[in-house]
Design a binder for this molecule. Structure first.
Ligand code: ADP
Ligand code: MG
Length: 729
């Protein structure tokens, strides 16, 4: 066998699907097998402790150490019954993954032997020495301690021999170093603001929760092929590779039959997910070859985020077992669709979903309109920040392509809802409402009760689309922690609802009737947030111009987007909603710049190395073969005939020369520029310099490499090609 590429291709082709052993019971029987859920709490905890813990979970009351100790005893018993030997706090630092540090249950028993111990203290709080997690300067080096603290709202679970305890991760000074802490605060802010507003319509509402149903897109690549692509291995995406002659143009992959080897992977993934209490429901092929999607039934936002983090790690592990690598990068391959994570977001009271239309009564409909409009207000006011929250060095490649939302946030509402908002905006109260003197009913809103908001009226090009009973935020990246964008959205909505309530209350205090006051504020807000509403084609060039005219944030430079984290409106919003203070925002902002810069730096290094020690040598070798053959022709033919016979090869020789010299020169320049840029000490400036001065080299270098791929003899090319990476499974 000649080269590594041919070997891995052959190996990949000959792989058969793994046998997946099916559990004998039905999914409902093994769902949550490895979760310390309500059923197990009841079984393993004394009744009183069980009741106290439920109260903590349901009402968010504080957990005292006494109860924690009793809970820990029950948990330990369950864990030991399940063969568990270790436990860890499981948290979500500001990297892309999760972090854990395992401790075994073993303690000295004082008699020269050991026993299994697990105390309330260990359950509730740990101090991972976390000086090497990103902290954006929050933690000075002399105080490297970070605290992780149990989040009872997310149940403890078992992976392998380890009890996993979901925790927040905060600094010595109490500032958040993770995603979970501010997410939980944002959920509290929504609860407070939305409950107050919901009580206008139904005084019995006690609580509002946020639901999240994520849809996770990903690619699978055979692990042999993956290993033979250093760029995929080190950066998560291909930095070079000519288009496959066939890619997604036949549209034959979307919803197509799932290939057998992939089906086995999905089956096993689903079983493991269900055992961990993740209610996975939907699986299908996506648009691009070797691209797939997985979606669960929606859950409360905090839990849904944990489940998404957990499933991303499950996906990576199960894929490896099946001889695949799971790519969660937003744009592993140029020229075909990238992967997103659609965040389906809705609000729900203890009495029903708030964004659901149509309601049965005029009050419900007015409530529906209120929550829709105030969500739009939030998205309008903070559209730049929402975009910043989903921006990353990896997601930026996907945005604005002809496949994903543009780098502009707008909201799609569909014809009926749009018409309704127009009518409310343009009509007087008298026209819409026959108000009765009784405070109850007789509230006739002709249009609203007939409302049917058709959720098949879909616009795939919108980054923030209303889909019947929820908004779907589609701009988030496939590798991202959902919490990054969800906590922004939640906080913005809490702020909008708070302002709405203040204004309505002021009108009521000045003697206006409640419904009129609500309508009057809504009418103002519909007008104000009009620029965010766009039902047209988000991929079009005209929209970019129109959005600019409307004053929406159209910045496409990834690092410049991060400036939104420190806008006065952002700081004001987070501080007034008690979600994050300015130091925490500054820290997050700094981490965004740093992560961006490091990723581009790694890509630049990998690209430079590959170009110089893979591509140019291979191309030069082929070129010298051609030169040899030209010489040989001259050896055996008369000069004139030889000239004629070698014309084509000479042309190729020159072409190769043109491309290799371009590459060598560009790589050299890129390296020199990098040296200069690396001397910049301000992290924001450095990230911007990487964006403006380094990243532009990638495309031009790639262009010439991809041309060489077409010229060089197939057998000599060492890196697996797109047609192999995308079509072998
Ligand atoms: P599509 O791809 O057509 O958008 P999917 O079925 O793939 O739809 O995914 C829809 C997602 O939306 C699922 O995760 C589902 O649980 C979630 N979802 C449905 N209703 C709600 C709701 N009210 N709030 C939040 N998420 C929801
Ligand atoms: Mg979907």
């Amino acid at each position: 066998m000649s080269n590594l590429r041919f070997q891995v291709v052959e190996a990949a082709f000959s792989k058969r699907p793994l046998e997946v052993s099916q559990p004998k019971e039905r999914p409902s029987a093994y769902f949550g097998k490895y979760v310390f859920n309500q059923k197990k709490m009841f079984k393993y905890l004394p009744l009183n402790t069980y009741k106290k813990l439920r109260e903590v979970i349901e009402n968010g009351t504080a957990l005292d150490l006494q109860v924690a100790n009793e809970v820990a005893q029950g948990m330990k018993q369950w864990a030991i019954d399940m063969g568990v030997t270790h436990c860890t706090h499981w948290f979500q630092p500001l990297t892309e993954g999760t972090a854990e540090k395992h401790d075994s249950f073993v303690e000295h028993d004082g008699k020269g032997s050991v026993i299994e111990e697990f105390s309330g203290k260990q359950l509730v709080q740990q101090e991972p020495d976390a000086s090497s997690f990103p902290n954006g300067g929050i933690r000075s080096t002399f105080e490297a301690r970070g605290y992780s603290a149990w989040d009872p709202a997310s149940p403890v679970f078992i992976v392998g021999d380890t009890l996993m305890i979901p925790t927040v991760f905060i600094s010595y000074t109490g500032e958040a170093l993770d995603y979970k802490a501010p997410l939980k605060k944002s959920l509290l802010a929504v609860d407070k603001a939305a409950t107050a507003v919901a009580q206008y319509f139904n005084p019995d509402v006690r609580r509002v929760i946020v639901n999240l149903g994520w849809e996770q897109e990903y690619f699978l690549v055979d692990e042999g092929l993956y290993a033979a692509r250093p760029d995929l291995l080190l950066t998560g995406r291909t930095l070079m590779g000519h288009d496959s002659a066939k890619n997604q143009q036949m549209e034959d992959h979307y919803f197509g039959a799932i290939p057998e080897r992939v089906a086995a992977f999905m089956k096993e993934l689903e079983i493991q997910a269900l055992e961990l209490g993740i209610p996975v429901k939907t699986r299908h092929n996506e648009v691009a070859p070797n691209q797939f999607e997985l979606a669960p039934i929606y859950e409360e936002c905090n839990l849904a985020v944990d489940h998404n983090m957990l499933i991303m790690s499950l996906m990576r592990n199960v894929a490896r077992k099946h001889g695949f690598r799971c790519l969660l990068h937003e744009k592993p391959f140029a020229g075909i669709n990238g992967s997103g994570k659609h965040n389906n977001w809705s609000l729900q009271t203890d009495t029903g979903i708030l964004l659901h239309a149509p309601g049965k009564t005029p009050e419900e409909n007015l409530r529906f309109i209120t929550f829709i409009v105030e969500t739009l207000m939030a998205v309008y006011k903070h559209n730049g920040l929402l975009k910043a929250s989903i921006m990353s060095a990896t997601n930026v490649h996907r945005l604005g392509g002809h496949e994903a939302p543009p780098a502009i946030i707008s909201s799609f509402l569909g014809t009926e809802l749009s018409r309704l908002l127009d009518e409310i905006e343009n009509s007087s109260n008298e026209m819409l409402f026959k108000l009765s003197t009784k405070h109850n009913m007789d509230l006739d809103i002709p249009q609203i009760p007939e409302l049917t908001v058709d959720n098949t009226d879909r616009n795939r090009t919108s980054p923030f689309a209303f889909t019947g009973n929820r908004f779907e935020f589609r701009a988030a990246g496939s590798s991202a922690n959902c919490a990054s964008s969800m906590l922004m959205l939640n906080t913005a909505v809490a702020e909008a609802l708070t302002s709405f309530k203040e204004r309505v209350d002021a009108l009521i205090a000045s003697g206006e009737e409640k419904t009129e006051a609500i309508l009057s504020v809504l009418r103002d807000d519909i007008k104000t947030c009009r620029p965010i509403h766009f039902d047209g084609n988000g991929y079009s060039e005209e929209w970019k111009k129109e959005a600019q005219r409307r004053g929406l944030d159209c910045e496409t430079s990834c690092p410049l987007n991060f400036d939104r984290y420190l806008d006065p409106e952002t700081i004001q919003m987070f501080e007034s909603m008690h979600v994050m203070n300015r130091h925490e925002l500054a820290a997050r902002n700094e981490i965004k710049f740093e992560t961006y810069q490091k990723k581009v730096q790694i890509e630049a290094r990998v690209l430079g190395d590959l170009a110089m020690n893979h591509i140019i040598p291979v191309a030069t070798k082929y070129q010298s073969e051609l030169i040899d053959s030209v010489h040989k022709v001259y050896d055996i033919f008369p000069r004139e005939k030889a000239q004629e016979l070698t014309a084509y090869n000479l042309e190729i020789i020159e072409k190769i020369n043109k491309h290799t010299s371009f590459i060598a020169k560009a790589v050299d320049e890129m390296v020199e520029t990098r040296k200069a840029v690396n001397r910049i000490t301000n992290i924001r400036e450095k990230a911007i310099a990487y964006h403006d001065q380094i990243a532009p080299y990638f495309e031009s270098i790639r262009y010439h490499i991809d041309k060489l791929e077409l010229i060089v003899e197939d057998e000599m090319w060492t890196l697996p090609k797109y047609r192999e990476l995308l079509f072998i499974r």
